[in-house]
Design a protein around this ligand. Structure first.
Ligand code: ADP
Length: 471
């Protein structure tokens, strides 16, 4: 089966969050199963682009309303990622350093999607599945079916995976003119609440729709940033498939980003070495339970609660617990987290940045990973934490609920709580401190966590089953 993934992110070419990890891993596993999985992303000007060899595979042009664009498709020349990675360059639109956050993101991603279809439309054969990810690629199923120029692609099955339904790509109706000549009788498929809503359009037009955990799909039926009615209406083609993790990238036994490699057999010593490095680098007390947070500092992750939660704990339990934060995002949260540094030095520190290497060291060296998320479609951090023997402290929501069992339940290994609130976080910090003091239990839990199999193998199989039903 030939599968074309279309996405705004793909690790290691361009990563902002979990979308990149999924698109950088699932195709690899699909190829290992004997399929041909390819990935197409915009050609941002990232380090990966400059560090690697590329060959040009196609050049074309298209009009977007009054604007004419030339585009180039390049391919990573050595197949080092375990799948063919194609990047689309559109001069003046995609040639930027960052993935998102520009005023013309609507134009950028609409043009990207048009270029993808212009290119595939020129192929001599047709792929078996077009698998689009999130709203940046969600107009593709509509365009394949209703743009007159893409009639050849009309019958290719499409799958839309929603990694985050909060972001929908809304655009005013006048921008519908960007879409190449289409059957205007179908305008209702583009519309949601008098806006063009690419995510809603993808849900309506893709043959199958899935989210990255069953729990999140269930939640979206009740609360989906305005799309809950649509999810309910389309429920027959909607499902949830939990993400796996890329065992080749995320393996404490081989990870080149960490201080000391370890596996389940020598996890105690290995984790201690990594913790020592973290504590030395950030001036933290080694003997205390180390709780870390890694992630985007946004509302969805309940990052706004963190400054007060840490301040409370550090004041109420002085010298008994320490915290380290890696993340960036909301400026008020960044300032709140930075401000704590002076008052609690030795017990608290932050790194307000994006740092892939440090994140690996933190998964390896921390005792606990806190995720109080309000919304968590799947959550990869807790899966990485489990693999690196770090106890997840998670709010029961979305994929967190699907992947972490509380230590008070049979076979449990995590600390779970119900509300994204200061009280629940405080109670869970207390539970973490108690658990940390029980060395025997910590050791048992660590073994249980590290032996859980969260690799992509099972989930990749579920995607293949989904493709087979997508007609
Ligand atoms: P989301 O996609 O909502 O941000 P996920 O849990 O699905 O959340 O994936 C987050 C990914 O991004 C993980 O690989 C995590 O380690 C990484 N990440 C998030 N913030 C940072 C950061 N500041 N530095 C390094 N890695 C980060």
């Amino acid at each position: 089966m030939e599968i074309i993934h279309v996405s705004a992110e793909c690790y290691p070419m361009a990563k902002v969050g979990g979308l990149a990890d999924v698109v950088g891993a699932l195709p690899k596993y699909q190829n290992e199963e004997g399929h041909i999985a390819k990935v197409v992303v915009p050609m941002y000007r990232t380090k990966f682009l400059y560090d690697n060899e590329w060959e040009t595979v196609h050049k074309g042009s298209f009009a977007m309303e009054q604007m004419n664009f030339d585009f180039t498709v390049i391919k990573e020349a050595t197949n080092k990622l375990g799948f063919d990675l194609y990047c689309i360059d559109i001069y003046g639109l995609l040639d930027r350093e960052k993935v998102y956050g520009y005023d013309d993101d609507t134009e950028r991603f609409t043009a990207f999607q048009i270029a993808v279809l212009e290119w595939i439309n020129k192929w001599e054969h047709l792929p078996d599945i077009i698998h689009v990810h999130d709203h940046h690629a969600a107009l593709i199923p509509f365009m394949m079916q209703y743009c007159f120029g893409y009639g050849k692609l009309k019958n290719i099955p499409t799958v839309l995976t929603i990694h985050n339904a909060q972001y929908q790509g809304w655009m005013p109706w006048e921008k519908a003119a960007y879409i190449p000549a289409w059957d205007t009788w179908r305008w209702g498929l583009l519309d949601w609440d008098n806006m063009v809503n690419p995510l809603a359009c993808g849900i309506k037009c893709a043959h199958r729709v899935n989210t990255v955990s069953p729990g999140y799909m269930q939640e979206l039926m009740d609360e989906a940033n305005g799309l809950e009615g649509l999810f309910r209406a389309e429920s027959a083609k909607c499902s949830g498939i939990i993400n796996g993790i890329d065992y080749k990238v995320w393996d404490p036994a081989t990870d080149t980003y960490i201080m000391d490699n370890f596996s389940v057999k020598d996890a105690e010593d290995g984790k201690a070495m990594n913790k020592k490095k973290l504590c030395d680098d950030f001036g933290l007390e080694f003997d205390l339970p180390l709780i870390v947070f890694i992630g985007r500092l946004v509302q969805e992750k309940a990052a706004d609660l963190l400054p007060a939660a840490f301040q409370n704990a550090l004041s109420m339990y002085p010298g008994r617990v320490s915290f380290l934060v890696l993340g960036n995002g909301d400026k008020t949260v960044e300032a709140g987290l930075t401000a704590l540094q002076n008052n609690f030095s030795g017990y608290y520190n932050t790194s307000i940045t994006y740092n892939e290497k440090l994140s690996h060291l933190m998964y390896a060296g921390a005792d606990f990973l806190l995720m109080p998320s309000r919304v968590e479609p799947c959550g990869l951090n807790q899966l990485y934490a489990l693999r690196y023997g770090t106890v997840p402290m998670v709010r029961r929501t979305g994929g967190l609920k699907d992947t972490v069992i509380d230590i008070d339940e049979k076979g449990g290994y995590g600390l779970c709580f119900n509300h994204a609130s200061l009280t629940d976080i405080d109670i869970t910090i207390q539970r973490a401190m108690e658990l940390y003091d029980d060395k025997k239990k910590m050791k048992e839990i660590r073994k249980t966590m590290m032996e859980i199999n969260n690799s992509w193998t099972a989930s990749a199989e579920k995607y293949l089953e989904l493709y087979q039903t997508a007609k």
